[in-house]
Design a protein around this ligand. Structure first.
Ligand code: ADP
Ligand code: MG
Length: 359
């Protein structure tokens, strides 16, 4: 479904929106809303290296949307700074800043009175693209997100399901090929099966056209799947930022341990691959029992052992050469829970409704 030609879309020299992925850095960022006792975002510091997907996760009301909207200044920063490739977003000219950033809203936010083509073409039009180029790009993106350009470009958002509208929202955010994308619960309103497809499509797309992405979700499984790194927030503060594997293996405190789930050991088996762990020697040069490729997950290896009624499988490389073997115990020992320290973060922000307050 995803055309490789998109990766070769012509890139006019000097256009900010066509530059390579950029680094985003939060430096002691604070947001105080007027009339509120506590800061919505408090001293937030982390970096997203170029081309990485950083997932922001945490309970409703913990400040995810606020943090995201400060990057493109939909919300003003109270204190601290956010930089893009070392340049403060406060210093960048607003339209220039926003053209370089694709934004997918929590509530989709398509323009209902505009066709899909015009919705996707919003930023290209601002950039002064010719109609023909904008249309071609809209069609290309629609195909990329799994819709049909020949029939869907002229339709209106109301004619599509929630999931399809979110796909259109993703296409719109990508229209001018921005180096940065901010995605606020982009797949939130989609049923689990369609969501999984969209996640897979999006990851495939990201491998083809890397961008620096901050991706907000409140679903830990989505975070584990999508994030190169996961930043867990609570009450406006960063509690831990780590790779999924590290987060599952070493949650910083009880809050994180609870958030990632009691089954974190099992979850970890889904993110660790055989080529990341030390293997035992192969049982023989030409194993006769079940074999498994070394780029598969520990979860799959364990499932295979259970299905085959064996406690050891041989691991093979791409040419089917035995490179080692693994025993069930080595996998199950990773599931065992570890001790975590008590949670030092004060619990003070009560759960908030999902709706975004008017701003
Ligand atoms: P999340 O996206 O994690 O659910 P938000 O960033 O939307 O959280 O909100 C963080 C906190 O800031 C919440 O307590 C919320 O009520 C508050 N808040 C958000 N927007 C505003 C606003 N415009 N005015 C006042 N308070 C707000
Ligand atoms: Mg939010």
């Amino acid at each position: 479904m995803i055309g490789a030609e998109v990766a070769h879309t012509s890139r006019p020299a000097g256009e900010l929106s066509n530059s390579a992925p950029a680094e985003i850095a939060f430096r002691n960022v604070v947001k105080r809303y007027p009339g509120r006792d506590h800061a919505a975002v408090e001293n937030l510091s982390f970096e997203v290296p170029p081309g990485e997907i950083c997932v922001l996760i945490g309970p409703s009301g913990c400040g995810k949307t606020t943090a995201l909207k400060m990057v493109n200044r939909l919300i003003a920063i109270s204190d601290g700074d956010i930089t893009i490739d070392g340049r403060s977003v406060r210093q960048l000219e607003l339209t220039q800043l926003r053209r370089g950033i694709g934004y997918v809203f929590q509530q989709i936010g398509l323009f209902p009175h505009m066709t899909v083509e015009n919705n996707i073409g919003t930023v290209p039009r601002l950039l002064g693209w010719e109609k023909q180029r904008t249309r071609a790009r809209a069609g290309e993106l629609l195909e990329l997100v799994g819709l049909d350009p020949s029939s869907d470009l002229k339709r209106y958002p109301g004619e599509f399901s929630g999931g399809q509208q979110q796909r259109i929202g993703v296409a719109r955010a990508m229209a001018a090929d921005p180096p940065i994308m901010l995605m606020d619960e982009p797949f939130g309103a989609i049923d689990p099966i369609a969501r999984e497809r969209l996640q897979n499509d999006f990851l495939r797309l990201h491998r083809q056209i890397p961008k620096t992405i901050i991706f907000v979700t409140h679903d830990i499984d989505e975070a584990i799947k999508m994030g190169d790194r996961i930043a867990i927030m609570r009450a406006g503060q960063l509690v831990q930022i780590a790779t999924a594997d590290d987060l599952l293996a070493n949650p910083a405190n009880d809050f994180v341990a609870q958030f990632v789930g009691a089954d974190r050991g099992l979850k970890r088996l889904r993110v660790r691959r055989l080529d990341e762990i030390e293997l035992d020697p192969p049982t023989s040069e030409h194993p006769t029992g079940p074999t498994i490729s070394r780029d598969t997950t520990l979860h799959y290896a364990l499932s295979l052992m259970l299905a085959e009624g064996t406690t050891r499988v041989d691991v093979v490389d791409g040419d089917d050469h035995a490179v080692g073997s693994i025993q069930m115990d080595a996998i199950t020992s990773l599931i065992a829970p570890h001790d975590v320290s008590p949670d030092p973060t004060p619990a003070r922000v009560a759960a908030q409704p999902e709706e975004e307050p008017a701003s």
